[in-house]
Design a protein around this ligand. Structure first.
Ligand SMILES: CC(C)(COP(=O)(O)OP(=O)(O)OC[C@H]1O[C@@H](n2cnc3c(N)ncnc32)[C@H](O)[C@@H]1OP(=O)(O)O)[C@@H](O)C(=O)NCCC(=O)NCCS
Length: 168
């Protein structure tokens, strides 16, 4: 097989880095002209999926979205920039980090308005889980995110087990 087409070949984080830009239009906003939280969640999901697709080279489904804060309101006319990359791969799942920025193109200023961690699972066309290639963190920041992602996975797993035993 051609090496570049081997989906399980380890790949650096930088190859998954993605950016998605959205203008906030009236249909995205509440009656006060502020971006709807649900719309931003949808964009975060899409931006996260971009990085997950790029890394896994497969279909992916969203398994979970961690805690999400909206720090400051975003308004109609704002340019929203969503940046994503794969933090860490486990077996069939991967954690993706998404940061959300508002770019004020008139004042040449950018402020961060939100961030989220999402877990995507790679699947084939029939929905069966697929192994994902390891990701290689290169920069200090990527290495820190890689380590932190391991701790977050332990917390997620413990919380999932707690919810499952409560549901029984
Ligand atoms: C997410 C989903 C694939 C998990 O399948 P499952 O058979 O319950 O999960 P498994 O226990 O076999 O785990 C598979 C992987 O998913 C991870 N996972 C499962 N549930 C998870 C959750 N709630 N949060 C984070 N990771 C999760 C597991 O840790 C495992 O990862 P690993 O292989 O890297 O160790 C399945 O529940 C599903 O298809 N859900 C619907 C997804 C969907 O429709 N999303 C919205 C539209 S894209």
């Amino acid at each position: 097989m051609n090496e570049t087409h081997d989906p399980l070949m380890p790949r650096p984080v930088r190859e998954s880095i993605s950016e998605m830009n959205e203008f906030v239009l009236p249909n995205d906003a509440n009656p006060l002209g502020a971006l709807l939280g649900g719309r931003l969640m949808h964009w975060i999901d899409m931006a996260g999926a971009l990085a997950a697709h790029r890394h896994s080279r497969n279909y992916v489904v969203t398994a979970s979205i961690d805690h999400l804060d909206f720090w400051t309101p975003v308004h109609v006319g704002d340019l929203v920039v969503l940046r994503s990359s794969v933090n860490r791969v486990f077996t069939t799942s991967m954690e993706v980090g998404v940061t959300v920025w508002v770019e004020n193109y008139l004042a040449d200023e950018t402020r961060q308005v939100s961030s989220a961690y999402l877990t995507f699972v790679a699947v084939d066309a029939a929905g069966r889980h697929l192994k994902v290639a390891p990701v290689i963190p290169e920069t200090d920041e990527e290495k820190r995110r890689y380590e932190d992602a391991g701790r977050r996975r332990q917390i997620r797993q413990a919380e999932r087990q707690r919810r499952q035993s409560n549901a029984r």
